[in-house]
Design a protein around this ligand. Sequence first.
Ligand code: SAH
Length: 223
Amino acid sequence: MYAKIYTLEDSYKYKGQRKRLVESLQSKGITDERVIQAMLSVPRHFFFPEAFWSKAYDDAAFPIEGGQTISQPFTVAFQTQLLALKPGARVLEIGTGSGYQAAVLSAMGAEVYSIERVEELFRSAAEKLKECGYPVNVFLGDGTVGLPSKGPFDGIIVTAAAPDLAEHLKVQLKTGGRLVLPVGDQSFQKMVLIERLVDNKYRRTEHGDFKFVPLIGKYGWTN
Ligand code: SAH
């Protein structure tokens, strides 16, 4: 029995496709230079099943194991831009999925904690992040309760559709911290930003419509 060996091939072809993808994200309103640099550097194809690497630089969501999806690049860029992270920020991601969003946060110099509830995704994302050299702390479990033992966080990003979890997660933010989560029913959601201004003062704003797979757990959906 041989261990599975990935050949991390980041060719000029993929670099060129990535550059075109990032230019299209800029034309759709992504302006944060640190987000742009991170998305230029992370090999998104590596977080795809190998048979579909040719699809990795389309601006589209894509199915991964366990009936889940790797988020659309525009959505990754948009949520990351809303987080407005400073270098060295401590960030919690809820819904590791493929690991791609976590890699982008790590490439920006954040200290990343990420939780996934599906074991096969947790294993594969942890392996790929390690292989690519992104030091992300990946956990298996129900992220709807947050990760109080590793908080408080400068940023929290939820990458699955939540019934309103904000009340529950916002207390795990530092003062000045930002929580970005899609809130709605299972067919579409509003992107919500909660900023912790001072100790018990928060500001809530909405940033357009999105569609995510459901967040399932104690404070999420039941299925
Ligand atoms: N950020 C991911 C997107 C994955 S889709 C990426 O870049 O690929 C959303 C993920 O949230 C799925 O993998 C799903 O299994 C996971 N998820 C759903 N409910 C969850 C919960 N309660 N805790 C942790 N992960 C959850």
